[in-house]
Design a protein around this ligand. Sequence first.
Ligand code: PLP
Length: 661
Amino acid sequence: MKPGALPVLPFPVYLLDVNEPSQAESWSPAHSADLYRIDDWGQGYFAVSPGGRLLIRPGGESEESIDLLEVVEGLRERDLSPPLLIRFSDILAHRLGTLREAFAGAIVENEYQGRYVAAYPIKVNQQRPVVEEVFRYGSAYDFGLEVGSKPELLAVMALTGGASDRLIVCNGFKDDGYIEAAMLAAKLGRKIVPIVEDLGELHLILKHARKHDVRPAIGVRVKLASQGAGRWKGSAGEKSKFGLFVSEILQMVELLSAHDMLDCMQLVHCHPGSQIHDIDRLKDAISELGHVYAELVRLGAPIEYVDVGGGLGVDYDGSRTSSDSSMNYTLEEYAREVVYRLGSVCDDRGVPHPTIVSESGRAISAFQSVLVFNVLGSSGPRTTYPDPFPIPGDFAGAGDVPQPIRDLIVAYEAVDYGRLVECYHDATRAREEALNLFNLGYLSLELRGLAEQLFWGTCARVQDRAGELEELPEELEPLEDILSETYFCNFSVFQSLPDAWAIDQVFPIMPIHRLNERPTHRAVLADVTCDSDGQISRFVDGRNTIDVHQIAPDSEYYMAAFLVGAYQEALGDLHNLFGDTHVVHVRLHEEGGWWIDETVEGDTAREVLGYLQYDAERLQPLLARDCEVAVREGRMTVAETRMLLRFYQAELNGYTYLEAD
Ligand code: PLP
């Protein structure tokens, strides 16, 4: 056959006939809970209802629960459509209580004489309602706050009135203004501790303390020799960006003594890195910090606080391993480790047990937030071929059918006789040959389409049959990827899950309803940005696709990403101008049910354009002028231009994400 004389199809191709295996029976909500590993990563905060819906249990494994779909539907009634970031304030409160209990238990167990307080690092989620809630719920335990910059301090200074006994720890690079703000806050009565990160900062502290006549509490961050742990292990160790070498700490002691201010040196601090996944890596850092503390006490500094920094992990994938998205210890083990190590160093060195401070951010903040999004559509092999494929018995008589297509038909049919690996290999080879023919101009587009359908059809039949085997042959492992669908989801990875893109962080993701139905498809989740990086293809079970239900026309399919309360909001960006999502604070009501505590509407198109110096007030007249030209030239009527301008105005004030009509 020559180019230009392409064969036509000998029989019709049936497209988009949906293939739905009849496996609905024998599937229960418990199967879904297992499949999505809720108990592994959920810490008791999430469960599946008998009706197959995702429940939020704000008090851990308590009775009270909130039906997430009910919240989403309730919000839609209030004109708040997905994507929605829902914060469950009771979970935040529960996290603070759990942290406190873990340390209280460890203190009793180790007969530790000091106290424990947390200082929540607001950079982890510095949204005003979150910081206010941490401060409010933390008051029962004297928990404080940590700031890492001057703007963070300015926010915290104002929010912490009437709480003179609660720590404010000031980390990060400090200029005159930052230090002066800290000194003024001290004068105002805040218990504020600037942490000296380099000796220049100490000189600024001395200058502003003198100027405002305050005797400040001062802390120091130690550059530990012990290497940090986890992905951010560079936060500790001698090459870390922050902190003083021991020789510099000795100069600090001298300088403070010379100013008769050694009694101001009240806190010693380290930060062994965030998301510490291996507890063994923590031990050395805590012991070393304990010895620095003991030595400073020996040198006459009345240190009251030993601050072990952040790093307490979150088991995002629930594997309890030392992988990057997990941790091989529990909160209780962490608390025991810190308390035991510090206690034993202090006992050995004969110094008092200090108050332990931890700057645990992720572990406090991650669980409270859930990002709910709707699936807009899907594409993929399983929805593009009919099953069974209608191959006429007399195809062999169609003399023009090229060999690769014949081979594909044979492979497709041979699945019935077993030999699955062979069928898959034959189909793969035949499809390659068909593609080569197409690229040389010897195969029509219709026959290429047929080859595609036959290949996917064969793969799907092989995969279905292989599901009956005890073990999947290695050769058939690629089938999962080949056959996966792409589910298009209404959110931006860059705005709402930036760590999934930037550092391959795994977040638990699952549907929030239909959990009493067996999911029949596997999919990669693509977001709405025009960026091929904007997709999720790593899930908690270590696979590249997630089990999902087939989306039904005319009804929404909702999924959610969990444990997104730490770092994601602060780091999110405006890729493709998708802005902040709506944020809603939901709480249990004393009289039962849930209620909305606070709503922050997401960015409008006008707002995101404004962030990038587009002035909507100037865009509109530009368009209006063009409309007048169109009217003059007879391309539009006045009524049409009025409609266009109204439409433009309404869209400027609308949500940046996709909305139903
Ligand atoms: N403290 C300091 C100084 C930090 O740099 C960080 C984060 O890296 C934290 C606390 C919070 O760490 P995490 O969220 O891992 O608890």
